[in-house]
Design a protein around this ligand. Structure first.
Ligand SMILES: [Mg+2]
Length: 408
C-alpha cells in the first residue's frame, strides 16, 4: 500500500479551514486538519512545498515512522506551523488505518472508557446580567460545565477575553480593519476588582452543581494571577485557564504556592516538551493541547499518557478554529483516555459546516458521542469546498489604556 497523492484545501464557512486529503493505491483516503488560526496559509504551504513531495510513495500504515521522519528528520523542529502540518498528516494516516481495519480510531487506541465525553460551552456577555442569560441558555441546553467571560465595567465591550458575540462564532476574518487587526483595551486593576465577585454572583445564581470555568486569556502577571487564584478559591472553579502567558512556566509554580484553584494551560503548546515540566512537577491540573497544534493523534496520545502518570486530566482546546476533523480526532482520544477531564466545545454545527464535513458524530445535552464509523468518522466534501476561498483574518491585538501592547 502506497500514498499516491495528497491535496490541501483552504477555506470554509467564516473560517479558513486547512484540510489535507491523502490518497492511497488501494483507493482508501484519509483526512486531516492543519488549521492554524489566523496564519492558515503557512501550514498549507509547508505541506504542499515540503511534506507532500516526501509523503508520496510512503506506506500510509507506518504512521509512527512517518511522524518521526518529519519530526526528527527536520533540523529546525517544533513550532505551530510545522506541528499543525504534521498533525494533519498524522490524523489522515489514523483515518486510513481505521478504514483498513474497519474500526473507529478509538478502538485502535484501546476502546471506549465512557459513552459520552463531557463538554463545556462558552457563555459570554457584555455585562454580568447579559452573561447570566448566556449561562442560563447553555444550562437549558443540558451543559453541566460552562466557561464564563463577561465585560468589565469601565473597559470597552467585547474582545478576546470576553467575546461580545453571542454564540461565540469568533469570526476573526472580520477583525481586519484595513489598517491591521482590531485593537482591544485592557485594564488589569478593573478586572481584578470586578471579576472575583462576579464569579461569586454566578455561583450564587447557578449553585454548586454547575462546573464553572474561567479563562484569563494570559492577561495577568504572576503575582496578580496568584492573588486572583487565591481570591476565587472560595467559588470552587472547575478550572482557571491561562492565568499568565504560557511561555513563562515558572509563573505556574508561583501561582500554585498560593492557591489550590485548579489550573488549565497548554492551548498554544505544540510538543510534549512544552508540557513535560508542568505535568511532571504537578503545576497544572488540566492539559489543554490540541490534535492540530500538538502534531496529531500520535503525539497527543503520548502527552495524554504522560499526564495520566501525574494525575493531570485532559481538557483539549476546542475553539472554532478547529475543523470537525481535528475535533473528531480529539473525540476518539476523549472516548479512550483514562484521564479524560472535559472537552471545550463551540457549536460548529452550521448547515454549511455539516455539508463540508459530513459525519455521524453527535453533541447532545453537553456530551459528545463519537461515531462508530471506521477511521475518524468524518468526511470532506470537495465539491462543497469549491464554494470557499481563503480570506485573511487576524486575532485582535490588546493594548493597555496608555497604549502599551499587552498579551492577547
Ligand atoms: Mg483559552
Amino acid at each position: 500500500m502506497k500514498i499516491t497523492s495528497a491535496k490541501v484545501f483552504v477555506g470554509g464557512p467564516n473560517k479558513n479551514y486547512v484540510t489535507l486529503k491523502i490518497m492511497t493505491s488501494e483507493g482508501i483516503y484519509g483526512v486531516g486538519d492543519a488549521t492554524l488560526n489566523n496564519r492558515e496559509t503557512l501550514p498549507a504551504h509547508y505541506l504542499e512545498e515540503y511534506l507532500i513531495p516526501c509523503l508520496v510513495g510512503m506506506d500510509p500504515r507506518n504512521s509512527e515512522d512517518i511522524w518521526q521522519y518529519f519530526y526528527r528528520g527536520a533540523y529546525f523542529r517544533r513550532g505551530p506551523i510545522a506541528m499543525a502540518a504534521f498533525g494533519a498528516i498524522d490524523m489522515a494516516l489514523w483515518d486510513i488505518k481505521g478504514k483498513i481495519a474497519g474500526l473507529p480510531v478509538y478502538q485502535l487506541l484501546g476502546g471506549k472508557s465512557r459513552d459520552g465525553a463531557m463538554l463545556y460551552a462558552h457563555a459570554s456577555g457584555n455585562d454580568l446580567e447579559d452573561l447570566m442569560d448566556s449561562i442560563a441558555y447553555y444550562r437549558e441546553q443540558g451543559y453541566q460545565a460552562v466557561r464564563v467571560q463577561c465585560g468589565i465595567p469601565g473597559m470597552p465591550k467585547g474582545g478576546g477575553y470576553a467575546v461580545a458575540d453571542k454564540g461565540d462564532t469568533q469570526n476573526y476574518i472580520t477583525n481586519f480593519t484595513g489598517n491591521g487587526p482590531k485593537i482591544e483595551t485592557w485594564n488589569t486593576d478593573k478586572y481584578m476588582r470586578y471579576m472575583p465577585d462576579a464569579l461569586g454572583e454566578i455561583r450564587d445564581r447557578f449553585g454548586w452543581d454547575m462546573k464553572l470555568l474561567h479563562d484569563v486569556h494570559h492577561r495577568l502577571l504572576p503575582r496578580e494571577a496568584a492573588q486572583f487564584a487565591k481570591e476565587v478559591e472560595q467559588h470552587r472553579l472547575y478550572w482557571l485557564e491561562d492565568p499568565t502567558p504560557a511561555e513563562d512556566q515558572d509563573a505556574l509554580a508561583f501561582i500554585r504556592q498560593h492557591s489550590t484553584t485548579p489550573l488549565a494551560i497548554g492551548e498554544v503548546f505544540n510538543s510534549i516538551y512544552d508540557c513535560n515540566k508542568l505535568i511532571q512537577s504537578n503545576l497544572i491540573d488540566f492539559i489543554r493541547v490540541s490534535a492540530t497544534y500538538a502534531g496529531g493523534i500520535t503525539s497527543l496520545k503520548r502527552i495524554v499518557d504522560l499526564a495520566g502518570l501525574h494525575n493531570v486530566q485532559t481538557g483539549f482546546h476546542g475553539a472554532p478554529s478547529h475543523s470537525p476533523i481535528s475535533m473528531a480526532a480529539q473525540a476518539h482520544i476523549n472516548a479512550w483516555a483514562p484521564n479524560f477531564g472535559i472537552q471545550e466545545y463551540l457549536v460548529l454545527g452550521t448547515t454549511e459546516c455539516d455539508a463540508l464535513f459530513p459525519s455521524e458524530h453527535k453533541a447532545q445535552k453537553g456530551f459528545f458521542y463519537v461515531s462508530d464509523a471506521p477511521g475518524l468518522g468524518v468526511d470532506f466534501d470537495e465539491q462543497e469546498a469549491g464554494r470557499y476561498e481563503f480570506k485573511r483574518g487576524y486575532h485582535p491585538v490588546a493594548r493597555l489604556e496608555d497604549g502599551t501592547v499587552w498579551n492577547y
